[in-house]
Design a protein around this ligand. Sequence first.
Ligand code: NBP
Length: 479
Amino acid sequence: QAANIGVVGLAVMGSNLARNLASREGNTVAVFNRTHAKTEELVAEHPEAGFVSTASYEEFAAALQKPRTAIIMVKAGGPTDAVIDALVEVFEPGDIIVDGGNSLFTDTIRREKAVRETGINYVGMGVSGGEEGALLGPSLMPGGSDESWITLGPILRSIAAIAEGEPCVTHVGHDGAGHFVKMVHNGIEYADMQLIAEAYDLIRRGTGKSPAEIAEVFAEWNKGELESYLIEITAEVLRQVDAATGQPLVDVILDQAGAKGTGAWTVQTALSLGTPVSGIAEATFARSLSSHPEQREISRDLPGPTEGFTAQDPDAFIEQVRLALYASKIVAYSQGFDEIRAGAAEYDWNIDLGKIAAIWRGGCIIRARFLNRITDAYSETPDLPVLLTAPFFVDVFTRAQDAWREIVATSAKVGIPAPAFSSSLAYYDGLRAERLPAALIQGQRDFFGAHTYKRIDKPGTFHTLWSGDRTEIEAEDTH
Ligand code: NBP
């Protein structure tokens, strides 16, 4: 029986995605894994899936209907290149190769270009939702050509998560657009997690509540405007008791956060695009800081504030933290969407930002109620230059204003690190400022490097003769 779709790479993500595909009406799924025993194991464990088992790339290609469509789910980097090279050998023009791994978008741009020359379509696709998402419904962010979307669209729609009746998938844009958007998704995820962690830390230190009690706070928050998967699982984690010690699990987990690199990619890319994703950067660096025990050890006795901290009115304090979290979260998402906007301009992708927020409402890690507001904001003003200026968000900032400032001030005063809260507020105030001290920086740059400056009162580019008589001359624009 010919298969209409194939999966290469049957580790946890690939086998779950293959099972998801097989469970949908009309799909027959061919499967292949470099180590054939894994293919046999999967096929034996899931007879209901009706998999077509293949033992070589040739057999895999022969099992697929034309145009052949294969989704690769292997380790990013060299392994993905190896599989692409093998598939290009056995596929024909018009066939479609989809990379569902966590590839860096610039690799995807390179691969798309190379594969396109053979006449085969290449699609880089971001997949979010982890193992469970892959099995039950992920959020899917495919890039690639319009032609491949015609074949892929219906298949992907059938396996994606559903949010408010809509499948969480859209054709994001050409070549690397899908992996770019997935990368920023992960960056936003870093920021969101860090903000939640800071909120937890402030509440714990400020009120002395136990993790189980704070779990109730998060569970309560999850019923309101902060409702999201990450808030929900935070309550679950805080509630968990360690079987071995009887302690809250969060107290026996080593406080050194790991990272697989997508946060760093988001920040590195933002730096080259000149997009200030300060919340994502702080979140990424906060993980790095936590992971240097030797530096933390030697720094433990550095001077800090003399007085301890207890919130006078714990309930009021918790509400302030909630508002600060919401306002900072809006900043983080606004920054992430700014990076997507800048990436789309740089790489010539036509990305519908409102649609991106819509496909993140289900399946993925940052799924949240408030993503609807982002979709609304972009449908009202598709070319909105700064997402957080949309009326709905302005209302939140109006409400959260005092609490946000109070929490950032308190954290600084009492010595509780809240880098994502405070950098989000600084970004917000930077945007609001009528005049920025950037003018002084331009003056300094002109002083030591003759980098020139522009004036507010007339066009042109100017330089002051700092080491001469300090008169101003018109100069060539050197930025
Ligand atoms: P892994 O990332 O652990 O990759 C294991 C798979 O890669 C196995 O099937 C392995 O085959 C295959 N492979 C390797 Br390694 N080198 C190969 C080569 N040279 N040729 C052919 N196959 C090769 O699997 P995963 O955790 O299922 O993730 C798959 C992809 O999905 C990754 O890119 C990951 O970043 C991405 N992703 C993961 C998640 C998640 O939550 N885990 C979420 C979203 C995306 P073998 O059996 O022969 O060794």
